[in-house]
Design a protein around this ligand. Structure first.
Ligand SMILES: Cc1ncc(COP(=O)(O)O)c(C=O)c1O
Length: 476
């Protein structure tokens, strides 16, 4: 007998997703409304699952954002493609613990096959190991744990057994415009957020190879370099081939944080931006961004599987022998009990195919350039980055506006767009001033959505400009 709770959940999900195109992208409910809806007294007695699912949907829906829809351009958010969502439902329904092969042979082999497809589509060395983690933050953590293990192992230190106390110092070099979560990964690894050597970047946030070379040559001992594919604001990708050469010459481990930008390497049309990237030692990327997998999926990819396993290995008498004969997915991730993420990744790669992934990624980059070209001629609108990937950052203000005024106007434009609620964008700081950030990374987005986005930005700017002009000349 099929559980009616599963059927009820399906009906809610289906209705929600069918309405995504017409639904305003920003959640209408306030924190107070949602707290009231969820904040029932502690349940003393149980309820049937079917009723609970109805209650949950009623409480949650007013607070759901249209992230899976076509007009969500905030942060860097993928759209949870239905093939991945459906496979992920099955993973839950099957109730598998993907901790080891014996616990779930299907989960292990799906991960193994999906790893091979991923490496192929991303054009990375086929014998790399892949850890299926919760996102790029944990992918960076996992890769950097392998890096730490390897560079210390080379100088005779066993960091897994002996920890970092008394270990030879490891120097970490990182671009000054790296993502905040890489520093978190270093923090979790006991390597310190502040101990990094920050490398100067150019106007797009790309690491300057000459600056890296000068600093690395002046350093002795184990070294790790963290480069980036896809700066969170500009989308810029570090000059990989120069960085690879410098790292090789210095004997440094090169890690690439490619949360979204690594996917440029899946396209022959975009690969001019990533040349050399396959020469790194490890790569972190997200599944829930450009690949459109449901949250939470990220991939920790390491060229040196032995270092990867050494850093993540879990041993206990009741667990299978980890002698390398059997594929054990938990040897590549920090957790033991874990969700069977391979099913969704396998299903989505199968549904999109190599050409589908490339078409989507290239299409988003084309949309980003189109948007920038449409906005550039508008008086008072300034596109702040060279748009080569999927990110566009914009500031607002006439020629007369000083920096402080530009920040105020830019924040007002973002708020106006959010209040109109036909598209969703957010803001952020870029080089000390506020910008409107657009990330085009949602599979359902079409040309008409980009036209609407451009229109909404221009309309909001015109309104903010007019209001500002009226306030500035109260007698008029
Ligand atoms: C470049 C980069 N690295 C790391 C992350 C962190 O990714 P996640 O939120 O999936 O952990 C992000 C998120 O946007 C990112 O853009």
């Amino acid at each position: 007998m099929t559980s009616s709770a599963l059927k009820t959940a399906f009906a809610h999900a289906d209705r929600f997703r069918s309405n995504l195109e017409s639904r305003p992208p920003k959640a209408p409910a306030s924190a107070e409304m949602l707290e009231l809806a969820f904040g029932l007294p502690t349940p003393e007695h149980g309820l049937d699952a079917d009723t609970v699912i109805d209650e949950l949907a009623a409480a949650a829906e007013p607070g759901l954002m249209g992230m899976a829809g076509p007009r969500f351009f905030g942060w860097v958010i993928g759209a949870s493609h239905e093939a991945g969502v459906a496979a992920d439902w099955l993973a839950s329904a099957w109730g598998q613990n993907a901790g080891n092969f014996h616990a779930s042979p299907a989960a292990a082999m799906a991960e193994k096959a999906a790893s091979r497809w991923l490496l192929d589509i991303l054009n990375l060395p086929q014998d790399s190991s892949v850890g299926f983690v919760t996102g790029a933050t944990m992918a960076n953590f996992t890769c950097l744990a392998a890096a730490r293990s390897e560079v210390l192992c080379r100088v005779g230190w066993d960091v897994e057994a002996d920890g970092l106390m008394g270990a030879p110092a490891v120097t970490v070099f990182i671009g000054a415009d790296a993502h905040a979560t890489v520093l978190n990964a270093l923090q979790y690894l006991g390597m310190g957020r502040k101990r990094v050597v920050a490398i100067e970047t150019d106007d797009q946030g790309r690491m300057r190879p000459t600056a890296l070379e000068a600093k690395i040559q002046a350093t002795v001992g184990p070294k790790i370099v963290v480069a980036q594919a896809g700066q969170i604001n500009t989308g810029a990708i570090d000059p990989m081939s120069d960085i690879v050469k410098i790292c090789r010459a210095a004997g440094a481990w090169l890690h690439v944080d490619g949360a979204f930008g690594l996917w440029a390497n899946a396209s022959s049309l975009l690969r001019s931006q990533t040349i050399g990237i396959e020469g790194a030692d490890s790569w972190a990327t997200d599944g829930h961004k450009w690949l459109q997998l449901p949250y939470e999926t990220g991939f920790a990819i390491v060229r040196h599987p032995a270092a990867h396993r050494r850093a993540m290995n879990i041993n206990a008498s009741y667990l299978p022998e980890t002698n390398g004969a059997q594929y054990e997915a938990s040897q590549y991730v920090p957790e033991l009990s874990r969700r069977a993420r391979g099913f969704a990744t396998w299903a989505l790669l199968r549904a999109l195919g190599r050409d589908g992934v490339e078409r989507m990624v290239v299409g988003h980059c084309d949309f980003a350039r189109y948007l920038a070209d449409k906005l550039k001629p508008e008086v008072g609108i300034r596109v702040e980055n060279k748009v080569r990937l999927n990110q566009v950052i914009i500031s607002f203000g006439g020629a007369e506006a000083d920096q402080q005024m530009r920040d105020t106007l830019t924040k007002a434009v973002i708020l106006e767009i959010q209040n109109r609620n036909r598209v969703f964008v957010e803001g952020g700081d870029w080089r000390g001033h506020w910008v409107l950030r657009v990330s085009i990374i949602s599979e359902p987005t079409q040309q008409a959505d980009i036209e609407l986005l451009a229109d909404e930005i221009i309309k909001a700017w015109k309104k903010v400009h007019e209001t500002h002009a009226m306030l500035a000349s109260p007698k008029a």
